[in-house]
Design a protein around this ligand. Sequence first.
Ligand code: S3P
Length: 437
Amino acid sequence: MSDVRWVSHPVASIGGTLTVPGDKSISHRALLLGAVADDPVLVRGFLAGEDCLATRHALEQMGVRVEDREDGSLAVHGAGPESLRASTSPLDLGNSGTGIRLLTGLLAGLPIDSVLTGDPSLRRRPMERVAVPLRAMGADIVTSDGCPPITIRSSGRLRAIDYTMPVASAQVKSAILLAALNADGQTTIRQPAVSRDHTERMLQTLGAEVSGDDTEIRLTGPCRLGGGEIGVPGDFSSAAFFVVAGLLAADHGLTIEGVGINPTRIGLLKMLQAMGGEIEIAAPRMLGQEPVADIRVRRSRLVGIDVEQAWVPLAIDEFPVFFVAAAAASGTTRVSGAAELRVKESDRIEAMASALETVGIRVETASDGMTVHGGQMTGGTLDSHGDHRIAMAMAVAGLISRSPITIGDTANAATSFPGFAAAAAGVGFNICEERGP
Ligand code: S3P
């Protein structure tokens, strides 16, 4: 397989204005909810990244019609949950944890059999966290030693549950909510901490009644969804690379426009502000049910912090680039209560510890976090471990390292941020793409 390497060279300064592609979590949900809605769901700003395209393809394999419209929007022509047909071949969700876990919830209560699988990274990720509550609702789900492939057999109508999640996970919460659409009675989900709430917001857009608060969510089934229009904001998790890049190197400021600032997603901003980062939220507005704004950042003197545990689930995807900010800060930054980082697209504690050590930063890892001692990054050659966010985070590190950072195995960036290298170059990164074995 040919590798795509990035060589990220140090630069004097970056700056300007950019937009980032649509939100991955919201794009997945628009496809999945649209697939079982009774009327068309029009999606503007859909993220055509590999993860969401895998989910789209899986739905198309089950007979869902998804139309690319001339104006760039996507129309998902759902015809109710009963219109989904069993696929003759396994559904391949590629690298996408969101795709496989949410689709498992959606299919759990439908009268069809399915097999869900993915790439080698996804086939190592834990799936019992969704299978356990779905089985309690009456679903027939078998995992392979806790991982994909997942086999779902038709098991008749589901029943509602009252479930306390052991970890704060929006994927688990969403899988249960999707199953609850086809279950009899009121499902209640209790979460130990707030997790992203895009599913709840979108269900409301499509006419479902979801009640509760930050830690307890209720939905009464069976529940039909209507059609509607979903605007997808720029993905905060993609903007995060430029937020940190701007704090490290934007002498005259950097603006990222049209970014989703849902409060369940922006823990990173709180963490960076606590470190002394100059961050301005400009022109806040609503895009449907989701808050959006322009984020302005400028080069700041960052100081290490102890990260509050309550921020962790609100920043769960941003830790790779947060660790880069910690490496660039003076003093020590400590993160704990973040064991979930070990079961993402890679083990993000080990992958980032090894990446930062390669460029001369001293770190100590723990089972649930990492301590980073800020310092001058040298340069070096490292591997992304096939993880898009490790690749992009270390490209940001290259801005201020003493010599270039070369990152191998970066093609995976296309799962969440197609065109990252070009977007980065557009605001002044000196990043070269090299292809070869
Ligand atoms: C996601 C939830 C998070 C996050 C993932 C996307 C979602 O996972 O890490 O990238 O779209 O619901 P968990 O909910 O399992 O923490």
